[in-house]
Design a protein around this ligand. Structure first.
Ligand code: NAP
Length: 259
């Protein structure tokens, strides 16, 4: 029987792996979702070698229409109770929206928005019934501003922030907590997957292990919005709201431009 279970999406790389390492180091069992099965199997060995925990691997492409249903059916069939849902899988993509491949943008929306929404919709009612549980949605500082040259990515993260704040208000007073982690640039596989490699944006990027720990601990404290750097927290809370969005867009475009 699995106990103290965290279901983590995007657990084959970057922040997802770090969330899994933290949870396992505290004795919690894991359900790990990502596409790369071989990578997940190697990681499972690492986690079980270092900690006395159970790890279930579910190698699914979360952009497939029925992936979330299959995941939920599998955990239900195995009688697994998910105590913590970490909606972490996501990717970005660099370029002018009109020049990018539409399918890639739609896949991004299916992963960053739809899969996160579906998993929350399946698992939140069970948590509310038990009156306990945690959900951590990985958003970004990108969720607070328009993002030219990554317009769809920034918009998906704005959804994650708004969705999390909305649901948090609906369930306040219950024993369930929902949080959004809003990191600035972090060293992971993200930069290359987004086609941002070599840009200035990631020069002072944060460490994935530290960012994940801030997120994990913030979630356990029931913090609604979790930032990994004080400077970003200050900018987002006190400066960005005072700057006209048009100007903010121009600044973000300059920061993101690769050439
Ligand atoms: N790194 C940053 O600078 C940064 C900043 C703010 C927010 N974030 C957010 O942090 C989260 C984690 O990203 P990361 O930085 O750790 O990047 P990463 O190293 O590229 O990890 C992304 C994870 O998502 C999984 N994934 C991608 N497409 C998938 C799909 N179709 N189905 C299932 N899983 C999929 C990947 O696994 P597979 O390839 O095996 O499927 C991988 O495990 C994302 O939501 C990202 O937007 C990152």
């Amino acid at each position: 029987m699995m106990k103290n279970v965290a279901l983590i999406t995007g657990a084959s790389s970057g922040l997802g792996k770090e969330f899994a390492r933290i949870h396992a180091s505290r004795g919690g069992d894991l359900v790990l979702v990502a596409r790369r099965e071989a990578e997940l199997n190697v990681f499972k060995e690492e986690l079980q070698g270092k900690n006395n925990v159970n790890v279930l691997i579910l190698p699914f492409d979360l952009t497939a229409p029925d992936a979330v249903e299959k995941i939920v059916n599998e955990i239900d069939a195995k009688g697994i109770q998910v105590d913590m849902l970490i909606n972490n899988a996501g990717f970005g993509g660099y370029g002018n929206f009109h020049e990018r491949e539409l399918n890639r943008e739609l896949e991004m929306i299916r992963l960053n928005v739809e899969a996160l929404t579906k998993l929350t919709h399946y698992l939140l009612p069970q948590m509310l019934k038990r009156n306990e549980g945690y959900i951590l949605n990985v958003a970004s500082v990108a969720g607070f501003m328009p993002g030219p040259l990554q317009s769809v990515y920034f918009a998906t993260k704005a959804y994650v922030v708004s969705f999390t704040q909305g649901v948090a208000a609906e369930i306040s007073g219950s024993g369930v907590r929902i949080s959004a982690l809003c990191p600035g640039p972090v060293h992971t596989g993200f930069e290359n997957a987004a086609g941002l490699g070599g840009g200035n944006l990631f020069k002072g990027a944060a460490k994935a292990s530290k960012t994940a720990l801030i997120g994990y601990n913030g979630m356990l404290r029931g913090k609604l919005l979790i930032f990994n750097q004080r400077s970003f927290q200050f900018l987002i809370n006190w400066i960005a709201p005072l700057v006209p969005r048009k100007f903010l867009a121009k600044t973000v475009m300059k920061m993101q431009r690769l050439k």
